[in-house]
Design a protein around this ligand. Structure first.
Ligand SMILES: [Fe+2]
Ligand SMILES: [Fe+2]
Length: 310
């Protein structure tokens, strides 16, 4: 038994039942960690069913074995015996744990470092699997809104960026920026983020501070200027009436323009308790017809192509 703070959370669904784990798995019992599965053992269907009965969706790994867990996910992603949809699911589930850590953990550093590994996995999946985007998008889930939103904006942004010719390190940088774009929401009250209805003026004012909060967090870590721009400039728009700086179109960082676009697309197509989601095609048409003055026209067209090539 050990103290809980030496552990990080992973999703149960990031472990594939047919292959033995290469790390030790723990579960919390009365705020102590109990050794549940030894490296080399498999998570059998019986064990998964027993977790499901108890509504357990996550287990824990000791921080000293983080690299073993990373290697495990990497080897699953490169396994020839796993179907692309299983790989997409493992990829999303393993990333979700990183996002949970990013928004919930008192110390943001480890999750920021982990973001690089998450993006490497996404880009290598896109390289090896022609239908990667389709598999990843079809799994858009029902998790806490901010986690899913961050992941989906990341996936769409990678698709748009690839369509306009981004590759290599630049593509990864854009992916990281998109994944982290709303990191400033760490400092916005969860009551506002999860509010079941429109925000009042005070709440809206706090919500609109998230790009600044995000920049403050990223400035304390070793993060590139482009990644910071994705965070600080994703609510700017081409009319010059966005926030927080009211930048004109050409002043907005090219990567932040992509995130601004996919951020809106995700908001239009995601079900929140107080609004009905638009169908993907309707959302793109709505953006092209009604919101086109706000965005980079070429990127809007690229998003249309990237989404409906699926
Ligand atoms: Fe945002
Ligand atoms: Fe966002």
């Amino acid at each position: 038994m050990s103290q809980t703070e030496d552990f990080f959370k992973i999703r149960l669904n990031s472990i594939h039942p047919s292959s033995p784990v290469t790390f030790d798995v723990y579960i919390p019992v009365h705020q102590k960690m109990v050794h549940y599965l030894r490296a080399g053992d498999s998570l059998t269907a019986d064990k998964i069913a027993s977790f499901e009965r108890k509504f357990v969706t996550s287990v824990y790994v000791h921080s000293s074995q983080r690299q073993l867990y990373r290697d495990y996910v990497y080897s699953q992603m490169n396994s020839s015996s796993l179907a692309p949809q299983d790989k997409a699911s493992i990829l999303r589930e393993s990333s979700m744990a990183m996002l949970e850590e990013l928004f919930e953990s008192p110390e943001v550093g480890p999750a920021l470092k982990e973001a690089k590994n998450v993006i490497n996995n996404f880009v290598s999946f896109m390289d090896q699997e022609p239908e990667a985007m389709g598999h990843l998008i079809s799994l858009s889930g029902h998790d806490f809104y901010t986690y899913n939103h961050s992941l989906d904006v990341c996936i769409y942004s990678l698709g748009v960026a690839q369509a306009v010719g981004y590759e290599g390190d630049e593509l990864k940088e854009l992916g990281e920026g998109a994944l982290l774009h709303d990191i400033g929401k760490r400092h916005v009250s969860v009551d506002i983020i999860c509010k079941d209805g429109p925000l009042d003026d005070m709440e809206w004012a706090q919500m609109q501070k998230h790009p600044e909060f995000g920049l403050i967090i990223l400035n304390e870590h070793d993060v590139s200027e482009a990644i910071k721009a994705c965070c600080f400039e994703h609510h700017e728009n081409f009319l010059g009436n966005g926030y927080p700086q009211q930048l004109d179109g050409e002043e907005i960082h090219p990567m932040a323009r992509i995130v601004a676009l996919t951020d809106t697309y995700d908001a239009l197509t995601t079900k929140r308790s107080y609004n009905k989601p638009m169908a993907p095609k309707d959302a793109v048409m709505f953006m092209k017809e009604k919101l086109f003055t706000r965005y980079d026209k070429d990127l809007l067209e690229a998003m249309h192509q990237a989404l409906f090539r699926l």
